[in-house]
Design a protein around this ligand. Structure first.
Ligand code: NAD
Ligand code: UDP
Length: 312
């Protein structure tokens, strides 16, 4: 493996942490972002480093990018709250944008990591979800622009690996949270934390019995780096995410305890196609990457709340 990387989506939540980690590991890093859901502020603290460069561009416009050793494709809005407003952009970023980066990797003999998602499993009928589960996605529903385009993005990675022997690895990321998520992002952790800090009631959708696991960002970045460094991952796919499944109602209770607030919980309608249960089977990551999450939910929420507090 070399020492230069493109991080597409590098000014976003996960991308900015990954840029930080790669710089700390001695890499030259090119952060490519259209500043749609990401912001320059997320990477401003890195910009004085002469091994760091920010390129403001959109992947869908096939920009000129430098030759690098590794490409991390994290570009894509990821909040369900954005799926209604930006369905075409999201669908094309995960398909045309992925094709563009795969071609770039091929041209320059780079290794590529594609950030897929637990959403490829849709509303799963198998629980927990192993990589072999083929999923239950509503391709025409409100989440289809994201879920199905990530599925096709994965198909493209398999095709490039099969047809051209490209070294491309796919990570199915499960719900991850931490500092630098936008308070108005719409995803549940920043939403609950910012509501609690503002003294507003926490909006639990449905009866709050739907479950997720939550992975702290540092653990996720460890996982992404492990995927890139593990030789056996060429052409393969792996789940990376938290292990402890909790209901959204319980998450709201934890947030209320941590924030010591007068806020209460209010119940709002459950969005269409909202998955009822989700938990990764991470045995493949444990075996192949020697990876598992180490930061507990309480510690992770405490670290995140300080950041949300600063940005409100
Ligand atoms: P984010 O919205 O903070 O980051 C995405 C970044 O991509 C943003 O900076 C955005 O401006 C940029 N971007 C989007 N479309 C682009 C385009 N066409 N050209 C250039 N830049 C573009 O979201 P995140 O949580 O950091 O997610 C990063 C990646 O991880 C995404 O691919 C997402 O699908 C995946 N993922 C994240 C989670 C999670 O829980 N955070 C879960 C599953 C998958
Ligand atoms: N959710 C909620 N209130 C909110 C935002 C989200 O109850 O203000 C729920 C949402 O319905 C889902 C879960 O929290 O069941 C996780 O939502 P998120 O958007 O973070 O990610 P998802 O797992 O749905 O992609």
């Amino acid at each position: 493996m070399g020492d230069s990387a493109i991080v597409a989506g590098g000014a976003g939540f996960l991308g900015s942490h990954l840029c930080e980690r790669l710089l700390a590991d001695g890499y030259e890093v090119v952060c490519v972002d259209n500043f749609g859901s990401g912001t320059y502020d997320n990477v401003a603290h890195l910009d004085s480093n002469d091994r760091f460069e920010v390129v403001e561009t959109d992947l869908r416009e096939s920009p000129d990018l430098p030759a690098v050793d590794e490409i991390y494709h994290l570009a894509s809005r990821a909040s369900p709250a954005d799926f209604t407003e930006f369905p075409v952009r999201i669908a094309l970023t995960n398909t045309e944008g992925t094709r563009f980066l795969l071609d770039h990797a091929l041209e320059h003999d780079a290794t590529m990591l594609f950030a897929s998602t637990s959403e490829v499993y849709g509303d799963p009928k198998v629980h927990p979800q192993p990589e072999s589960y083929t999923g239950n996605v509503n391709i025409r529903g409100p989440r289809g622009c994201y879920d199905e385009s990530k599925r096709f993005g994965e198909t493209l990675t398999v095709a490039y690996n099969d047809a051209y022997d490209l070294d491309v690895r796919t990570v199915r990321i499960f719900n991850t949270y931490g500092p630098r998520m936008r308070p108005d992002d719409g995803r549940v952790v920043p939403t609950f934390l910012s509501q609690a800090l503002r003294g507003e009631d926490l909006t639990v959708y449905g009866d709050g019995s739907q479950t997720r696991t939550f992975c702290y960002v540092d653990d996720m970045i460890d996982g992404l780096r492990a995927v890139m460094r593990t030789d056996d991952m060429k052409g393969d796919v792996v789940n990376v995410g938290g292990e402890n499944e909790i209901s959204i109602r319980t998450l709201a209770e934890r947030v209320l305890e941590i924030c010591d607030t007068d806020s209460d919980v209010v119940y709002e309608p459950l969005p269409e196609d909202d998955p009822t249960r989700r938990r990764p089977d991470i045995s493949k990551a444990q075996e192949m990457l020697d990876w598992e999450p180490v930061v507990g939910l309480e510690t992770g929420l405490e670290r995140t709340v300080e950041d949300v507090d600063r940005t409100l």
